[in-house]
Design a protein around this ligand. Structure first.
Ligand SMILES: Nc1ncnc2c1ncn2[C@@H]1O[C@H](COP(=O)(O)OP(=O)(O)OP(=O)(O)O)[C@@H](O)[C@H]1O
Ligand SMILES: [Mg+2]
Length: 309
């Protein structure tokens, strides 16, 4: 523990799009991921998430910068064998079955056939595809493709697993299942770097997260810390007597749902005042929470920061 799995220093990537025209997808990006942790790289579309992952696995060359994986240069072939990768748009040989895809990938990594078969069986069970292992991949649904993609990324028993938007295009139930599989893998000591544009859902399973915006990491830390909105609090209560809101500072935002009222206050003192007002009128406090920023607010802050620099 405490080892660094991934160290990215001043990574810049520019794509040439036409004569003299370039897009800067990564802009002097710095990032460190500790071994054995689950790290979420979260950012809006076009932020540079896939570009970063492609560079890490050698599918794209950086314009500038350095990447060390388990202390070795990314280009070192010994490093490649320790990485598993799920691309954002998995593109498999359609004519293979799920099981054949895993065995084929095992061969690519030079894993002995017997060992490959054993691992394939375990992985098909892990991702819930035992029943479908003999079906051709062309007949797989979107969700099954994500599952087989994760299994394939694991066939070489990688220490570092890179998952580019593993939940994209899935319904909430399948998203939850995929999150469950990823969490289980993290429990086995793997280092996982996953990307998403869904801050809260994905961030909640990560040990730490970084927000990537316009090719730069703009914030990093634990999700709860990143989302805390200053000193703001949310008080939710239930009260029989109507009119309590009239006695509360009119500048506070409030909403009512299912017989519960939630008031957003800027600091603890205001929160305490509301609690005593509600209790003195016979109401009950349901919960008090830290006010959290929404994904939109976080990105909005980045935009504002940009325009004020
Ligand atoms: N092959 C390419 N050629 C030219 N520009 C590219 C290429 N790939 C990515 N870009 C551009 O680089 C920027 C970053 O793209 P990237 O796909 O890395 O973002 P992303 O965060 O993965 O987005 P998404 O959430 O949509 O997957 C975007 O402006 C994109 O248009
Ligand atoms: Mg992407």
């Amino acid at each position: 523990m405490g080892d660094v799995a991934l160290r990215i220093e001043n990574l810049t990537k520019e794509y040439k799009i036409s004569k003299g025209e370039r897009v800067r997808a990564l802009d002097s990006l710095n990032l460190q991921v500790n071994a054995g942790t689950m790290f979420g790289l979260l950012g809006p579309q076009g932020a540079g998430k896939s570009t970063l992952l492609k560079i890490l696995v050698g599918l794209s060359k950086p314009t500038k910068g350095r990447t060390l994986i388990f202390g070795r240069e990314q280009r070192d072939w010994r490093t490649r064998a320790r990485i598993g990768f799920l691309t954002q748009e998995p593109c498999f040989c359609d004519f293979l079955t799920g099981e054949e895809l895993l065995l084929h990938t095992g061969r690519f990594f030079g894993i002995p056939p017997e060992e490959s078969s054993k691992r394939a069986e375990e992985l098909l069970s892990l991702v819930g595809l035992e029943e479908a292992k003999s079906r051709k991949i062309k007949d797989y649904s979107r969700e099954m493709l994500q599952r087989i993609g994760i299994a394939r990324a694991l066939i070489n028993d990688p220490e570092l697993l890179l998952l580019d938007e593993p939940e994209a295009g899935l319904d909430p139930r399948n998203q939850k299942e995929i999150r469950g599989i990823i969490t289980a893998l993290s429990g086995r000591g793997k280092t996982i770097l996953l990307t998403s544009s869904h801050l809260v859902e994905t961030g909640s399973i990560c040990d730490s997260v970084a927000i990537i915006y316009q090719g730069r990491v703009t914030r990093r830390g634990r999700l709860t810390e990143l989302l805390r909105k200053g000193e703001g609090k949310k008080v939710t209560f239930r009260i029989e007597k109507k009119g309590v809101l009239n006695t509360i500072n009119a500048s506070y935002r409030s909403e009512e749902a299912n017989g519960q009222i939630t008031v957003h206050v800027p600091h603890q003192k205001a929160c305490d005042e509301i609690i005593s007002t509600v209790l003195s009128r016979g109401g009950s406090i349901i919960r008090v929470e830290d006010e959290q920023l929404s994904l939109e607010e976080i990105y909005q802050e980045e935009i504002l920061r940009e325009t004020h620099v």
